[in-house]
Design a protein around this ligand. Structure first.
Ligand SMILES: Nc1nc2c(c(=O)[nH]1)N[C@H]1C(S)=C(S)[C@@H](COP(=O)(O)O)O[C@H]1N2
Ligand SMILES: [Mo]
Length: 198
């Protein structure tokens, strides 16, 4: 599969690839609010709900049959580390949005994970080529600690916007707050503007 390099997206937001206040690391630390949830490919179900023409419900096999892309991306954690050149493979957010048919009154999105994690983003911040629902990392399946079988990646936002173990997307007509956003983290989370807290 061809790899698209989106590591230059920082040019839209700032002059430096490394956002202010971040340090580069080659490690890939694990940050989870609780443990790594168990999952069963037989019963796993992914849903797209809310302000859409047609709600979707996909099995693991159905999800894996969706068209996928591979991208080289940077990863910025709000706690101060950045990891360059992560290779993620997965389905673009826009692909799912198109299949469900996002209604005109949708303005915001809530992602939820199997560990009851939630995180929210404005719709326009999701409708970008680099927002992936990733099942692959560096040519392998996504490690379970890093959100396997499926996680969201948001290289233009701090990484808490990327729900690990994601199994639901809800389109909202009013903004709502996710797990960390309710606890004082930024809703917009632009690393080049250091939007860490709200
Ligand atoms: N489901 C879920 N997703 C999550 C989290 C979590 O606790 N649960 N933590 C977030 C935070 S704070 C960060 S920094 C990244 C960390 O991803 P990593 O563990 O792969 O480094 O996942 C985000 N997504
Ligand atoms: Mo984080």
């Amino acid at each position: 599969m061809d790899t698209t390099d989106v590591t230059d997206l920082y040019r839209e937001f700032g002059d430096e690839r490394l956002p202010p206040g971040q340090r580069e690391t080659s490690a890939f630390p694990v940050l989870s609010k609780s443990g790594t949830p168990e999952w069963d490919p037989e019963t796993w179900e992914f849903t797209v709900t809310g302000a859409v023409d047609e709600e979707l419900s996909l099995s693991w096999d159905e999800f894996r049959d969706l068209p996928a892309v591979t991208q080289r991306q940077d990863f910025h954690c709000v706690t101060g580390w950045s990891k360059f050149d992560c290779e993620f493979t997965g389905v673009q957010f826009t692909e799912l949005a198109e299949r469900a048919g996002v209604r005109d009154d949708a303005v915001h999105v809530m992602f939820s994970g199997m560990d009851d994690y939630t995180t929210d983003l404005p719709l326009e911040a999701c409708m970008r080529e680099e927002v992936l629902l990733a099942w692959g990392f560096d040519g392998d399946s996504l490690p379970e600690d890093h959100g396997g079988p499926l996680r969201v990646v948001t290289p233009h936002r701090y990484a808490y916007k990327g729900a690990k173990w994601v199994d639901g997307i809800e389109f909202l007509t009013e903004p709502e707050r996710g797990y960390w956003e309710r606890r004082g983290y930024s809703q917009t989370a632009d690393p080049w503007r250091e939007e860490r807290y709200s």
